[in-house]
Design a protein around this ligand. Structure first.
Ligand code: GDP
Length: 294
């Protein structure tokens, strides 16, 4: 992930470094290369424009600090802008109620069910008592997939395959979580291949019923800018508190990671980095930026 982008940004900075001092012409040339690298990585155009503008302003306005070369200063500015684009400070889950409810929303195939199990396992390792539920009333196979994953990680899964009202199943699961003193309930919802009104309406109803502490939008990094547009639509129509970016291991470009905060204002809270349950980690913008800058 980010390999091509990292190589190109590092090469652009390397060329600037060779010049010794940074005048406006050298900077402009370097920034043009960085801009192209970002666009090739499929970063949102407006995010790229703001990124380049900010670097330019800061680099030209930077006071020369003693003991730090102009290039070191530029690297620091680029790093800060990358961290900003990736979301700034790492954002933790806000689980305040008991039980806390985490609602997972997103399109079919984005990795929702896998993420439900990964997240449950992650929280269990932190000592939390976790209950899972699937309210996908359209695909019995999705419910069974979650049940199977639950068995693998030894986390109970509440199902009601006879019920045709998703919000009702979510409510039943919440009642069980309350009665049996669970710390967290994770609700895996039905996705569709494309956004449609029925799916959004159903997600809103479930939200109303269980009043989640967190609504995490599960986004497939490989779908590029389309993922960013879908995130925006879900945020406007359902609302979300954060994003789980899946399949980062298969996404060579990294465009979604760098665009989604700028476009939606919502932070990436976790990254899916493989198919296995353990392939899941909190998202740290500063670590990702360091990886890009080498
Ligand atoms: P859902 O329809 O949104 O519930 O999606 P699933 O959880 O069934 O996942 C769809 C496919 O993506 C499955 O084959 C998963 O194994 C795969 N998948 C999910 N997350 C990741 C990830 O982080 N990395 C990779 N490589 N594959 C993933």
């Amino acid at each position: 992930m980010f390999d091509a982008l990292a190589e190109k940004i590092q090469s652009a900075i390397g060329k600037i470094a060779k010049k010794g001092r940074i005048d406006e012409e050298t900077l402009n040339k370097g920034l043009r290369e960085i801009k192209l690298a970002l666009l090739e990585a499929d970063v949102n155009y407006k995010v790229v424009s703001d990124f380049i503008k900010d670097i330019k302003e800061k680099a030209l306005g930077a006071e020369v600090t003693k003991g730090v070369t102009a290039v070191q200063q530029l690297v620091k500015i680029v790093n800060d802008e990358l961290v900003k684009a990736l979301g700034g400070e790492a954002e933790k889950l806000q689980l305040k109620s008991k039980p806390s409810v985490i609602l997972l929303i997103g399109l079919q195939g984005s990795g929702k069910t896998t993420t439900a199990a990964k997240l449950a396992n992650y929280l269990k390792k932190q000592g939390k008592k976790v209950l899972l539920t699937s309210v996908d009333i359209y695909r019995p196979a999705a419910m069974l997939q979650l049940e199977k994953l639950g068995k693998q990680i030894d986390i109970p899964v509440y199902l009601n395959q006879n019920e045709k009202d998703a919000a009702k199943i979510a409510k039943e699961a919440l009642e069980k979580a309350k009665e049996e003193q669970y710390d967290v309930l994770i609700v895996d919802t039905a996705g569709r291949l494309h956004i449609d009104d029925e799916m959004l309406e159903e997600a809103r109803k479930i939200k109303e019923e269980v009043k989640p502490d967190e609504i995490l939008f599960v986004s497939d990094a490989m779908t590029g800018q389309e993922a960013v547009n879908i995130a925006k639509a879900f945020d406007e129509n359902v609302g979300m508190t954060g994003i789980v970016l899946t399949k980062l291991d298969s996404d060579a470009r990294g465009g979604v990671a760098l665009s989604v905060k700028g476009v939606t204002g919502k932070p990436i809270k976790f990254a899916g980095v493989g198919e296995k349950i353990e392939d899941f980690e909190p998202f740290y913008p500063d670590r990702v930026a360091s990886r890009i800058l080498g």
